[in-house]
Design a protein around this ligand. Structure first.
Ligand SMILES: Nc1ncnc2c1ncn2[C@@H]1O[C@H](COP(=O)(O)OP(=O)(O)OP(=O)(O)O)[C@@H](O)[C@H]1O
Ligand SMILES: [Mg+2]
Length: 315
């Protein structure tokens, strides 16, 4: 029997007065999967998460979390959530924030101390537990938010832009935390507009734009396959030309050659031909399209990455 998906949605929509924030989301996230929800500003990522965690009702459509219909109160205890924008009371200590959330979750008193210790440990705030939130840097506050989301070992965690306030070391730490969550079987739904973040940790990604999923698949599926090959070779130009020409169009710049269309299975033949012609082969690299190239193509392709902050389609 296939296990139930951790998340399933069917034609989920959210219409605000001036905007269609989510235009019919249908997807499934498998249990234990790290799923990236990638899209430009205003695409509908936060709206989707808010609907799933029960903060706002959908206009129409259905969804199931951990096998239960959206709105099931018991399921909420099994879910963790790091909101996009949050602020804790400045006068509370990190531990007090976590105690408050243990209470809100209805966690038994006996288990709280170890749950809080574990959450602080995971996010690297063990030594700062007794300090007030008001003395925390932005990145430390984000780590505390993550600790709240991970409190009590939830089965499913929603992270809405978890690294927006973090420095490169912090981003790396969060990637590690997500990988550790995966190792223990937790499902993670990660909202992000950071391609590298998604590229490093996600099993599958949905690209969302103006409320609609425009692509869904593994990172490799989204990138697509390229048949371009880059060669670093030295030797007589006429020898190189003789061997390379039958493999289709190419360009060269100094010692680097770029072949436009070579199937993987042709590579040994190409390299053997070069070697037997006395050419020295220093490097053979397939040219992969980056996720960023693909992302920009999907979104209608601008290079500056700024023109997507536009209002969603009005009804
Ligand atoms: N409470 C609201 N009232 C009216 N419109 C809203 C509300 N919340 C979101 N919207 C609109 O819905 C659309 C999607 O917003 P959403 O916050 O889901 O985007 P996002 O993908 O999370 O963007 P970002 O990357 O900037 O966080 C936007 O056009 C936004 O203006
Ligand atoms: Mg958002």
């Amino acid at each position: 029997m296939t296990p139930l998906p951790a998340i399933r949605t069917s034609d989920l929509t959210k219409r605000y007065r001036s905007a269609m924030a989510l235009g019919g989301l249908t997807m499934a996230v498998a249990a234990g999967e790290i799923f990236g929800f990638l899209g430009p500003n205003g695409a509908g990522k936060t709206t989707a998460v808010k609907i799933l965690v029960g903060l706002t009702p959908p206009t129409s459509g259905e969804a199931w979390l951990l096998g239960e219909r959206l709105g099931d109160r018991e399921v909420r205890r099994r879910i963790g959530y790091l909101p996009e924008l949050f602020r804790y009371q400045e006068w509370m200590s990190a531990r007090e924030v976590l105690i408050l959330h243990c209470t809100l979750m209805g966690m038994a008193t006996a288990g709280r101390s170890s749950a809080i210790g574990e959450a602080l440990e995971i996010v690297g705030l063990t030594d700062r537990g007794r300090d007030r939130v008001g003395t925390f840097s932005k990145g430390m506050q984000q780590r505390l938010g993550l600790a709240v989301a991970l409190l009590g070992t939830p089965e499913l965690v929603f992270l809405d832009e978890p690294t927006s306030a973090l420095d490169p070391v912090g981003r790396h730490d969060v990637r590690q935390i997500i990988q550790n969550l995966k190792a223990r079987g937790t499902t993670v739904f990660l909202n992000s507009h950071l391609l590298t973040e998604v590229e490093y940790v996600c099993d599958r990604v949905a690209v969302i734009d103006r409320g609609a999923v425009i692509a869904l698949g593994t990172i490799d599926e989204l990138r697509g396959t390229s048949h371009e090959l880059r060669l670093h070779i030295t030797g007589a130009a006429e020898d190189i030309g003789r061997v390379v020409t039958p493999f289709g169009p190419y360009e060269s710049k100094g010692e680097w050659y770029r072949l436009r269309h070579v199937e993987t299975r042709q590579v040994p033949e190409l390299v053997a031909g070069l070697v037997s012609a006395g050419v020295h082969v220093h490097a053979v690299e397939p040219v992969r399209e980056t996720l960023e190239d693909r992302f920009l193509q999907l979104l209608g392709g601008d290079a500056d990455g700024h023109s997507h902050d536009r209002p969603a389609d009005t009804p």
